[in-house]
Write a protein that binds this ligand. Structure first.
Ligand SMILES: [Zn+2]
Ligand SMILES: [Zn+2]
Length: 392
């Protein structure tokens, strides 16, 4: 199929049942994102995000192509594509990025109560190691589950802005970082992540300034460019940090997809910032019926005024997935449906067979699904349930 110059936007007409509930194996007729028939190819952008029914599964999770790299055999093979998952973590932020060379990146992980969803997705997509972790700022809706998550994956490098918080979640995170022998890299404007894949770059454009009593405006803001497609991940940056970033970067902020700042709050997404960014697609991460009223009407109006054609919301659509081949990108909504072998209790650190009563009764906040081997899970401190006695 010829490469489309315009993006295709594919979304589910109806929300799929969450696989995160782990109640059923995932077998359906999902087809790769972006694989819609080419007859309608030369279309203009849909005005709305309600579209033909279709599918959810990012190609990168199922169709490994040639690797093009010299990774060790046990590392995940890259697909040459970039898959960005804006994970539905209720009121919070979490973005998991599959890089074209088989590496991956996690920006935030939401509140502790939803981190099982994040762990499940990363595990079932086949990653044992998270190569790059960004904690945008120390608010629990962004890093409340990070201490737990870091305990169940191998970790490459971790970036955080140079601010602290006096919360249990943040102190726990520092404790895990230390116990894993990791060091913290400071996320600040001008710092670039080490990516050696051709045509891929990831550089922080914020924070430019530090405001110790205003953590949102110290958010690590990352710009990721892959070929002709680009993404801006803004954390909870509000208009003050947006103004700082504008002064320093101006028109070089241009990108295709914007993760709206601070859950679509009116205090973010200022008109001058949106103008410089010039995005055609925005993703808002917020919880259904959240108490803050996010997203605010003023922000949505500014998106429209700035010419943003597509707005996706995790409160309405669940997880939002963007797949880029470096020339064009497509969007799908819904949790990728992936096979799993075990149900984990991430609080009690138990491995269950899915049908075990102990698995069924595990509360959602303590549940994750895994396709890893038992030996691998045991290496992270999980133990087998004595009742269902899981075995390979
Ligand atoms: Zn937040
Ligand atoms: Zn915040």
């Amino acid at each position: 199929m010829a490469v489309l110059k315009k993006i295709q936007v594919i979304a589910l007409a109806a929300l799929l049942a969450f696989c995160f509930a782990c109640t059923a194996p995932f077998t359906d007729g999902s087809q790769p994102v972006g694989g819609s028939p080419s007859t309608e190819a030369e279309s203009s952008l849909p005005e709305s995000s309600v579209l033909p029914e279709s599918s959810v599964l990012p190609e990168s999770s199922v169709l490994p192509e040639e690797s093009g790299s010299s990774l060790p055999a046990d590392e995940k093979t890259g697909t040459g594509k970039l898959a960005v998952h804006f994970i539905d973590v209720d009121q919070g932020d979490s973005v998991f990025i599959e890089l074209p060379d088989g590496q991956c990146m996690l920006i935030d992980c939401g509140e502790r109560n939803y981190v099982g969803r994040v762990i499940t997705l990363i595990d079932l997509l086949g990653y044992k190691k998270i190569d790059h972790i960004v904690v945008t700022h120390p608010h629990t809706d962004h890093m409340g589950g990070m201490a737990l998550l870091l305990g169940v994956f191998d970790v490459g490098e971790i970036y955080m802005p140079d601010v602290t918080a006096n919360t249990d979640a943040f102190l726990d995170l520092l404790g895990v970082i230390e116990s894993k022998g990791l060091s913290i890299n400071v996320a600040a404007a001008g710092v670039a992540l080490a990516t050696d894949y051709n045509g891929l770059s990831a550089e922080f454009v914020g924070p430019v300034n530090i405001y110790p009593n205003d953590l949102n405006n110290c958010s690590a803001v990352l710009k990721t460019v892959f070929g002709e497609t680009s993404f801006l991940f803004t954390g909870d940056a509000e208009s003050k940090e947006e103004a700082d970033i504008l002064v320093r970067y101006g028109d070089s902020l241009k990108c295709s997809v914007l993760k709206a700042g601070h859950h679509g709050s009116s205090t973010s997404s200022s008109a001058p910032f949106l103008k410089s960014v010039g995005a055609e697609t925005a993703v808002i991460s917020c919880g259904k019926d959240n108490k803050y009223g996010h997203p605010h009407a003023e922000a949505l109006e500014r998106f429209a005024a700035a010419g943003i054609k597509n707005v996706f919301r995790t409160d309405l659509s669940g997880t939002v997935n963007v797949l880029s081949d470096g020339k064009t990108y497509s969007v799908s909504v819904g949790t990728p449906e992936l096979d799993y072998k075990w149900v984990l209790n991430i609080s009690g650190m138990k491995i269950h067979r899915p049908e075990c009563g102990g698995a069924v009764s595990t509360a959602e906040k303590n549940r994750a699904c895994s396709a890893r081997s038992i030996a691998e899970l045991e290496s992270f401190g999980f133990t087998r349930c004595g009742t269902c006695k899981p075995e390979e």
